[in-house]
Design a protein around this ligand. Structure first.
Ligand code: A3P
Length: 922
């Protein structure tokens, strides 16, 4: 109250002249409303609070997603029909319980299992909205979200309100948290937007997170109306600590932890608010400048919040303000806790973190091999770690050929390892550390592995966890089929790990995949490499190493990943034994500051957990190895960049794709794939998951290696699979592998295409087509009375003809300049003209005249390719004779495709693509 009165006096003095009377009145009006609010807040709440308390006590007994089972306290949210302090943006009375939460309750999802159930339910995937600004770099923030597997949408604050993503979807809130990259963005939002966001948060009980990032150097100090708090930038701080009473909010962070001494940098941001519902989560003292000697010792001990919670008592919306950005590790963890808290636990991860530490090549290398003393230190440290992380053992990788090849001390080291083999876990490399990609003979590779197997047996080394690692990642990715087959044959391998998939960097972006039933886990970086024998070799020495574990890169890796497989190397455990130091410090630091439960499990168990959590990663993504230097270096001998097509003929089926393929093959500069026995001639690699799973080696093996032969120098490869056109997966899969490819599609009237497909199915004696007329099939409904085979046939007749949808899908991955649209009707009547277009589009070195190469055949009723002076017409199944389509079906299809054709015309015109004549006539 005192503060308000003195503010009035100060402002009255300032505006007290007659000229400023208007301003004074305005000010008094504003202050009075603040005064009324003050009264309502401080006088009325006793009723509200008891009401709230009553409600809370009741709600604790029910299964409520808002109830925190971990802490036994419920979040300070107002229940339905409770009088609330009006928000600065008008009346927001109504239910405070989020509809999302209600939906969850209806689905009977309890707090404890909310996370898993919702996370894997595609329709209710918790998402957060990041509001940023063109001038702020948001990659740190978005990378942190990606690293923690948190789905988000991003929007620029300056975007017109109408262009913002819809906050609601089917009467359900879409965003569980709204995150502002800078408080200033929140503060400066236009009233309409701010009001929309507040209304949304209020309605769905969504929280707000805002960072203090400065938008410009001049914004040193800000009162943040309508937030009853202040913010100070540019502070030097000391004695930072986590609020011991914040256990109800914190999940990963341990409350009460702190550290004495000054924090680096003098650009910290602190927050202050006098409202009791504003609670510091992390707090620190200011470093007192020498000139303010007259500060009392009490003042010096004042704690300022670097992370502040607004529990929503003021305006009904919970917010967490985070000073600075995510570079400070404690704020990084608090950020995750904030998301967990404000999303009502829906974005809360389990506290379990599984770690595995591999030591590669224990017998390999010339300098810095392990001595018996190093081995003893390794055993001792393993014991220490297993006391902190139950069941922990180092995983030792071996290539037997170099066993005992070091100096006397090192030989003793090898013997000590073998003698103590039973205390470690072991995994095989190759016998002579060979790289699998160099092998093109499977039996040789198998015999190399078998030697290592024999070595393990002779030394009583038991490899019992079906885990193997390839030297230099060779053969794992890019995947060499032979390695996977040999691993299974010799070792029964079920799991491996690599840092090469899909690319080496960055760490958080690496993924796993399953190939030939072997689960490939992504490896994490622990910043130690083969060269790191001595502390002085490490970048930044000891303090550099301390930095990565005490809140740095390696710490964040463990925090953000339920499963971390670290690769280290034997020299890291010799001389200064950096590996021992790193993992001891890491575990100690994590256990001191966090509630994380460090665990171990067998590689198979870990891999199973990984793919349960990331089912979308099971299928490998075959990227182009030729556009990655590292991948090129380990590209299996059997694979070659020359065995990838540069042209894809997409289809759709029944538009003349076989004829086009035959005509293209007549060109001396074009070569097609060999027919595939398994997939009905066409490869269907990108459209059929079964063939896609066979991998790149399988795909490449269907193409001639053109450029090896000097006469083939200018030949380029093409592949035609007519199922690509309307496949959901083909565009993205094709783009990953062949992002430079040129695409050709052939379109005929979709009604004719549908009829041709029906006739095709009759020729193949599909009962649905034999027992039902064409009209019956195309007009079949989805109802229970329709046989599923008829529905399936109807879909295959009708769906590919929705051309606009499929062309758009390809154009969302490829530029329209890469696509050629051909008129399939013209291909029947004037294929020579069509081939001129094809040659021009492909920019072939030789443009040939097709006049003598494609000749009409009266008996066939179609043009036929000519080879060695003889016509080679297409087989009987191409250009069938059947009765014309009935009028009823024609009319049905005319209406059915009218809108799709209209969209196609517009799309082709907009993208400057050729519009077939038949489309213009429609
Ligand atoms: P119909 O058999 O219904 O007449 P696709 O090869 O994509 O499956 O397309 C087959 C269709 O190609 C045939 O359908 C036929 O109309 C058309 N086509 C175009 N040019 C052809 C040619 N020169 N020889 C045979 N069929 C041709």
């Amino acid at each position: 109250m005192d503060a308000i009165c003195s503010a009035i006096m100060r402002q009255a003095k300032r505006y007290g002249t007659p000229r400023s009377l208007k301003k004074t009145l305005l000010f008094v009006a504003v202050v009075s409303s603040v005064f009324v609010w003050y009264l309502s807040y401080h006088m009325l709440p006793s009723r509200n609070v008891s009401l709230v308390k009553d409600q809370l006590e009741k709600s604790i007994t029910v299964k409520d997603p808002l109830y925190s089972s971990q802490t036994g306290t419920r979040r300070a949210t107002l229940p339905t029909n409770t009088t609330r302090v009006p928000s600065p943006f008008g009346d927001r009375l109504g239910t405070n319980r989020s509809r999302a939460s209600e939906t969850l309750m209806k689905q009977n999802i309890t707090e404890r299992d909310t996370w898993t159930n919702v996370r894997f339910n595609k329709t209710v995937e918790p998402t957060i909205l990041v509001v940023t600004n063109q001038f702020l770099i948001s990659s740190d923030l978005t990378n942190a979200l990606k690293a923690n597997n948190i789905k988000f949408d991003k929007v620029y604050a300056s975007t017109l309100v109408t262009s913002w993503p819809a906050l609601e979807d089917n009467d359900t809130g879409k965003y569980f948290v709204i995150l502002f990259q800078s408080i200033v963005i929140l503060h400066d939002l236009n009233t309409e937007l701010l009001s929309t966001i507040y209304d949304y948060c209020y309605k769905y009980n969504a929280g707000i997170i805002a960072f203090s990032q400065q938008m410009s150097k001049t914004t040193k100090y800000k009162k943040l109306y309508p937030l009853p708090m202040t913010m100070e930038h540019g502070q030097s701080l000391r004695d930072i600590s986590v609020n011991p009473t914040a256990g109800d909010v914190l999940h990963i962070t341990k409350p009460g932890q702190g550290t004495r001494g000054s924090l680096p940098s003098s650009s910290w941001t602190v927050f202050k608010s006098d409202l009791p519902s504003y609670r510091p989560l992390v707090q620190a003292k200011k470093v007192t400048p020498a000139k303010s000697l007259n500060q009392t010792s009490q003042e010096k001990e004042i704690l300022y919040a670097t992370v502040l919670l607004d529990d929503g008592d003021y305006d009904g919306i919970q917010k967490i303000f985070i000073g600075n950005d995510l570079r400070f590790w404690l704020h990084y963890v608090l950020f995750l806790d904030s998301i967990s808290y404000l999303s009502h636990g829906l974005l809360r991860t389990s506290l379990d973190r599984y770690i595995q530490v591999d030591i590669d090549d224990v017998f390999v290398g010339k300098n810095g091999r392990l001595t018996h003393l190093d081995v003893q230190a390794l055993i001792n440290q393993q014991q220490v770690l297993s006391n902190k992380v139950p069941g922990f053992t180092f995983k030792l990788g071996f290539s037997g050929r170099s066993f005992g090849s070091g100096n006397e001390d090192e030989k003793k080291g090898d013997l000590a390892l073998a003698k103590n083999a039973h205390v470690f876990s072991w995994f095989p490399h190759m016998w002579g550390h060979a790289q699998a990609h160099t092998y093109d003979n499977r039996s040789k590779l198998v015999s190399e592995m078998k030697m290592n197997y024999q070595f393990a047996k002779s030394q009583n080394i038991t490899v019992y966890e079906s885990y193997a690692v390839a030297p230099h990642h060779s053969g794992v990715y890019p995947a060499h089929d032979m390695l996977y087959d040999a691993w299974k044959e010799v070792w029964g391998t079920k799991v491996t790990s690599t840092e090469e998939y899909p690319n080496l960097l960055p760490d958080w972006n690496r993924k796993g995949f399953i190939f030939k039933d072997i689960m490939v886990l992504p490896r994490k970086t622990c910043t130690l490499y083969t060269k790191n024998l001595l502390m002085s070799n490490y970048t930044g020495g000891k303090s550099g190493l301390d930095g990565v574990v005490r809140g740095g890169e390696v710490f964040k890796t463990v925090i953000s990943n339920p499963i971390s497989v670290f690769m280290t190397h034997m020299p890291n455990y010799a001389r200064d034994r950096l590996g021992l130091y790193l993992f001891d410090e890491l575990v100690t630091f994590i256990q001191r500051w966090t509630n994380i439960k460090l665990k171990t499990a067998s590689p198979v168990k870990m891999a199973q957990m990984y793919f349960e959590r990331h089912p979308e990663e099971r299928e490998p993504k075959w990227m182009n190895p030729c556009s990655d230097k590292r991948h090129l270096q380990i590209l299996p001998k059997l694979q070659s960049c020359d065995r990838l097509p540069q042209i894809l003929v997409l289809g759709p089926q029944k538009t003349g794709t076989a004829a086009l393929r035959a005509f293209m093959s007549l060109h001396p500069n074009l070569a097609s794939n060999y027919p595939s026995k398994e997939s009905f001639e066409e490869m269907q690699f990108f459209s059929n998951s079964k063939y896609y799973a066979r991998g790149l080696e399988w795909y490449m093996s269907h193409f001639p290696q053109v450029r090896h032969n000097p006469t083939d120098k200018d030949r380029i490869l093409f592949e035609k699979s007519a199922t690509y056109f309307d496949s959901e997966n083909a565009p993205k899969r094709a783009h990953l592998l062949l992002h430079k490819a040129k695409l050709i599609t052939i379109l005929i009237d979709p009604a004719k295409r549908a009829y041709s497909w029906y006739q095709h199915e009759r020729a193949h004696e599909n009962p649905a087509s034999l027992n039902y007329t064409f009209y019956d099939v195309i007009s079949a409904s989805d109802g229970p009375g329709t046989h599923p085979k008829v529905v399936s046939l109807r879909n295959r007749c009708l769906n590919p003809g929705m051309y606009a949808k499929h062309v758009s899908s390809w154009l969302s991955h490829y530029s329209s300049k890469k696509m050629l649209v051909l008129d399939g009707e013209l291909l029947k009547t004037d294929p020579v003209a069509v081939m001129v277009k094809v040659q021009q589009f492909l920019g072939l070195k030789r443009q040939i005249d097709y006049k003598d190469k494609i000749i009409f055949d009266k008996t066939k009723g179609f043009y036929c390719p000519v080879k060695s002076g003889r016509k080679h017409c297409l087989p009987k199944n191409k250009g069938r004779s059947y009765p014309p389509m009935d009028d009823k079906s024609k009319e049905f299809l005319r209406q059915f495709y009218q809108n799709y054709n209209f969209q196609l015309r517009n799309l082709l015109i907009k993208k400057h693509l050729h519009t077939p004549q038949w489309l213009g006539k429609d």
